[in-house]
Design a protein around this ligand. Structure first.
Ligand SMILES: Cc1ncc(COP(=O)(O)O)c(C=O)c1O
Length: 389
């Protein structure tokens, strides 16, 4: 039986048409109409003024943190349960990541712990804490209101990592007289997207920084392109990077932005289809959708309950034997040897992240997934789990 892959992108005729235009006209580097349109349209879709396309989500994070101008030893609060790109962006910019555990329901950062960490840092009175980096996980938004309140209270910057939540929505101000649905990536001071091949919008490899602040936008643009001075090329007062996205890649991305509603509908259908077919299995905890959130199910994750005698590695092997591909959950930053070697997070424990790292995996979730494939995956899940000790 052919393997059902964890991700298969859905590339349409419009992508081919736009890429062909780049090739025919010779606009193949990082200048061209598709870059500009992609930046404008994606920023507008997320409710931000400026979009600065980058070569990946990882480089977008590095440029976004670069915009803050951290001084050595400045601190940024982030979840332990995320990809290493988040921690790297802080470290490469001279900062120190300060971790919080995950919420056991959404797997996103626990906002009560964020407040506790902010208050503990503020008590030190050293002025080192500069920012919070909420990371929306697997398609579900972080509960942003309490984080934005902390930012206002303590004058902190918010770098929103929206790499996994294209089109997800958050009910902002749910306890106020005027609650309003807002798109993720439009909630912080700076936000970041990835357009890697498994994302809802893909350019193969790619990313973007979004902001409403013209100074951050200018800084991100400068960092992206070697910090060339606008009026004196090849003369530099700062160090930058080559984080440029190509017009060819932006052409692919733009074609997808144009059918965003359809992409979200497919993902939400997939989430619902899995939940309907798996909710009777008592050995697994399924993704949630809080009342204040619209989940886009970037990846359909699940966590094995503590009653089940084996872990996610074993489940992955059993599913693989049924020709179903899966991926394990993130391993927390506090468990990363490369970070521990830098004397970070010594003795720190985050029990929720530790548990889901060992007991979580995600099922095939690509945009090309068919109903028949969802059915096959769910039958395999029943076969593997029913009767398991
Ligand atoms: C939350 C998060 N941030 C950043 C990234 C990095 O994106 P990229 O793979 O485009 O470098 C990823 C990648 O999946 C991610 O999941």
């Amino acid at each position: 039986m052919p393997i059902i892959p964890v991700n298969e992108p859905l590339i349409g005729e419009r992508e081919i048409e736009y890429v062909s235009e780049c090739l025919r006209t010779g606009w193949i580097s990082s200048a061209g109409r598709f870059i500009e349109e992609f930046e404008l349209k994606w920023a507008a879709y997320c409710g931000m003024k400026y979009g600065i396309a980058m070569s990946s989500g990882t480089t977008a994070l590095q440029a976004a943190v670069g915009c803050l101008g951290l001084r050595p030893g400045d601190k940024v609060i982030m979840p332990t349960f995320t990809i290493i790109s988040c921690a790297q962006a802080i470290i490469y910019n001279g900062g120190i990541p300060v971790l919080v555990d995950s919420d056991p329901r959404t797997w996103c950062m626990d906002v009560a712990q964020v407040r506790a960490k902010v208050e503990a840092e503020m008590k030190k009175g050293d002025g080192k804490l500069k920012a919070i980096m909420p990371v929306h996980i697997y398609g579900h938004p972080v509960d942003m209101d309490p984080i934005l309140e902390l930012a206002r209270e303590y004058n902190l910057k918010i770098i929103e990592d929206a790499a996994e939540v294209h089109g997800a929505e958050y009910l902002s101000g749910r306890n106020s007289a005027t609650p309003r649905w807002k798109r993720c990536g439009g909630l912080g001071h700076i936000s970041v997207f990835s357009f890697y091949a498994n994302k809802l919008i893909t350019t193969g490899e790619g990313g973007m920084v979004l902001t409403d602040d013209p100074a951050y936008a200018e800084k991100a643009r400068s960092l992206r392109n070697l910090c060339f001075l606008p009026h004196r090329r090849f003369y530099h007062t700062e160090l930058g990077y080559n984080f440029r996205l190509t017009n060819l890649q932006a052409a692919v991305g733009l074609a997808q932005v144009e059918r965003m509603e359809e992409i979200i509908a497919r993902k939400r259908w997939m989430g619902q289809a899995y939940t309907e077919r798996l909710c009777d299995l008592s050995q697994i905890i399924l993704p949630v959708e809080e009342a204040w959130a619209k989940n886009v199910y970037w990846m359909y994750g699940l966590v094995l309950t503590d009653d089940l005698q084996y872990d996610a590695t074993e489940l992955a092997q059993r599913l693989r034997a049924e020709s179903i591909d899966t991926r394990p959950f993130f391993i927390g930053m506090h468990e990363q040897p490369v970070l521990r070697q830098r004397d970070l997070f010594a003795g720190e424990q985050y029990p929720v992240a530790e548990r889901i790292a060992r007991r979580g995996l995600y099922l095939p979730s690509g945009l090309a997934l068919t109903e028949a494939q969802v059915e096959t995956v769910c039958q395999a899940m029943h076969k593997v789990l029913e009767g398991s000790p």
